[in-house]
Design a binder for this molecule. Structure first.
Ligand code: TYM
Length: 336
């Protein structure tokens, strides 16, 4: 007599191909994507090119960035033998579900999204409807696969809560259809801060290039950026709320070395910030080196990257199409 195996947990996450990923993307999200590829999970990872359109994109650059994003995800440990890796626009069912869900989402809910408020303030000349409905498409990305867990950084938490509300509303209006997705946000590194303004999130759209580290930055650049990182004037390596710059560097060092804050405080006791910053930079340089090597190698093999994406899209489409058919039927769209 065989016991029934528990259902594998389904993992879904996405990242926008708006340029080279930052250390924040890696620490807050992508690093966890790789780690979740275990026997207990079924992983789907997506390059959110449709989401990228909410900000003006140069077509040729977007195409290039999308392939580079795939190569970087593969280099950072996404294994196509254990995960589906695909491009959002290659699975049209996401947008098909998005429309149905947008009719179950209130205007008021969307206007409360802080990312919408921030981005519309940042691009006042392009407050487009896509920017406003972006979280509905994100909900569709998640709900279409009945994802159980969504590994993201803390800035995506509000969008995830909205996805849960939409799922609950739909399930209540029709019948149980969508799984309630849970955010998977690790405490350490869920929000890596800007190196120049440590009360702001590290972001690749920052106009000051010293505020972020890119996954492709060379050793000299990484060292220079960390040496210039804004700290404070008391010269003590200690984590605390009133020391956001130092705490951010400690978080990064902790992620790359596995040391906890107490050990880090001891290690740099009485040493000042110079040695500390150099050590943080070195830990990042060492941590990124193998990924950078792989990235260069993989990017040269365009056919391989495209093959992975093609296969990912085919398999994801099979799952996603089934869900859209189910939803369209439930909401009363005529089936022939
Ligand atoms: P995006 O492309 O802005 O970011 C990708 C992931 O990186 C995380 N992240 C950070 N984590 C820690 N510190 C930072 N400074 C930092 N900056 C970014 C983000 O939280 C995110 O997890 N809407 C999403 C993409 C998306 C998606 C989805 C995610 C589309 N559909 C479905 C999950 C599920 C976005 O724009 O992420």
């Amino acid at each position: 007599m065989s016991e029934q195996l528990p259902r594998k947990k389904r993992i879904l996450s996405g990242i926008q191909p708006t340029g080279t990923f930052t250390l924040g993307n890696y620490v807050g999200a992508v690093r966890n994507w790789g780690a979740l590829q275990t026997e207990e999970h079924e992983c789907l990872y997506m390059i959110a090119d449709l989401h990228a359109l909410t900000v003006r994109q140069e077509p040729a650059k977007l195409r290039r960035n999308t392939r580079e994003a795939a190569a970087m995800l593969l280099a950072a440990g996404i294994d196509p033998a254990r995960s589906l890796l695909f491009v959002q626009s290659h699975v049209p069912a996401h947008t098909q579900l998005s429309w149905a869900l947008s009719c179950c989402t209130q205007f008021g809910e969307l206007s409360r999204m802080t990312q919408y408020k921030d981005k519309s303030a940042k691009h006042p000349d392009n407050v487009n409807a896509g920017l406003f409905t972006y979280p509905v498409l994100m909900a569709a990305d998640i709900l279409i696969y009945n994802a159980d867990l969504v590994p993201v950084g803390i800035d995506q938490k509000q969008h995830l809560e909205l996805a849960r509300n939409i799922a609950q509303r739909f399930n209540g209006l029709y019948s149980p259809t969508f799984t309630m997705p849970e955010p998977y946000i690790l405490k350490a590194g869920a929000k890596i801060m800007s190196l120049q303004e440590p009360d702001k999130k590290m972001s690749k759209s920052d106009t000051n290039a010293n505020s972020f580290v890119l996954m492709t930055d060379d050793a000299d650049t990484i060292l220079r950026k960390f040496k210039r990182a804004v700290t404070d004037s008391d010269g003590v390596v200690r984590a605390s709320e009133d020391k956001p710059g130092v705490t951010n560097l400690m978080t990064i060092y902790s992620v790359f070395t596995g040391k906890d804050f107490e050990a880090i405080e001891k290690e740099f006791d009485g040493q000042g910030y110079g040695a500390f910053k150099e050590a943080v930079a070195q830990s990042v340089i060492d941590g990124l080196a193998p990924i950078q090597g792989e990235y260069k190698r993989i990017l040269e093999d365009k056919d391989y990257v495209d093959g992975v994406l093609k296969q990912g899209a085919e398999q994801a489409s099979r799952l996603a199409d089934r869900m859209v058919a189910k939803v369209y039927k439930k909401i009363g769209l005529l089936q022939l």
